[in-house]
Ligand binder design. Structure first.
Ligand SMILES: C[S@@+](CC[C@H](N)C(=O)[O-])C[C@H]1O[C@@H](n2cnc3c(N)ncnc32)[C@H](O)[C@@H]1O
Length: 265
């Protein structure tokens, strides 16, 4: 029998939509609402997840060997450390989430590994993260570091200063470090309104931002590609990811989640 839980969690619903098994009835109900009542909306989760794994690959290809994944979510079929490790077996990765369920599952499912940590912390308190003993042990801020914010900043309200959170890290990191942000983007469609409303109603949070608002989170960093792109199109490599029709019209859902990667000069 399923354990009971009164409220859905972002991490569990996202994981459920991606095909994960660690969830409660309340998460499943909300996930089913998205897939059945807003068919196609699962593409938000799917394309976001695929893009963050491509971002991890790009960081590794660019020579980055240490990564902090902010708001990492539950372990999925493929994980950031596995992608980075494919290129740098000695890479160091810290997963951060403020959901104890995520941290417990991350620790339990992760093969014990001295170079991978899963810590419970809140991205709104970056100093607590940078001062965390496991971060101090694994991340050397004298070497380029990659910081991933996979949809996490969308769960910060404006008065929680998402730009300030990113700025904390960019001030700390040396040149050639990179920051990846994916974010919900505003849309004018009926589907966009229904999705953002349901997310806000279910979680009490979830901010869909304009491109300008998302771009402002990168602060002074140099945005690679000079623009945000829908996750569905972001850094897709036909050779590695399979052939894709790059000229096709994206679905309304695919337009609602975008990515950008920026570098510190
Ligand atoms: C939708 S999941 C995304 C997981 C992963 N980043 C990805 O892109 O595949 C968002 C995650 O951010 C976490 N999160 C939301 N707000 C957070 C906060 N203030 N501090 C830390 N984690 C947070 C949630 O618990 C959840 O696991």
């Amino acid at each position: 029998m399923r354990a009971r839980q009164s409220r859905p969690s972002v991490a569990r619903v996202y994981s459920y939509v991606l095909g994960g098994r660690d969830n409660y009835g309340v998460d499943k109900d909300l996930g089913d609402y998205f897939t059945q009542d807003l068919p196609g909306s699962e593409q938000l989760a799917i394309t976001n997840r695929e893009a963050i794994l491509r971002a991890a690959r790009d960081l590794a290809t660019g020579g980055i060997r240490q990564v902090i994944d902010m708001g990492c979510g539950l372990p999925a079929s493929k994980n950031v450390h596995e992608v980075i490790r494919a290129q740098h077996p000695d890479a160091r990765i810290v997963y951060v989430d403020n959901d104890p369920f995520v941290v417990a599952h991350g620790k339990a499912l992760m093969v014990p590994d001295a170079n991978v940590a899963v810590i419970e912390a809140d991205v709104r308190d970056p100093a607590a993260i940078s001062e965390h003993p496991e971060v101090k042990q694994l991340i050397d801020f004298d070497e380029p570091v990659g910081i991933l914010f996979g949809i996490t900043l969308s769960f910060l309200n404006d008065d929680e200063d998402p730009s300030g959170v990113v700025k904390y890290w960019t001030n700390l990191m040396p040149a050639n470090s990179k920051v990846y942000i994916s974010s919900f983007r505003t849309g004018r469609t009926r589907e966009a309104a229904a999705t953002s409303q349901k997310i806000l109603e279910a979680f009490g949070r979830g901010r869909f931002r304009t491109d300008d608002e998302i771009l402002s989170c990168f602060g002074d960093l140099e945005l690679l590609d000079n623009r945000l792109l829908p996750c569905a199109q972001w850094h897709w490599d036909d050779e590695l990811d399979g052939p894709r029709d790059h000229g096709r019209t994206l679905s309304v859902w695919e337009e609602l989640v975008v990515s950008g990667l920026a570098r510190k000069s």
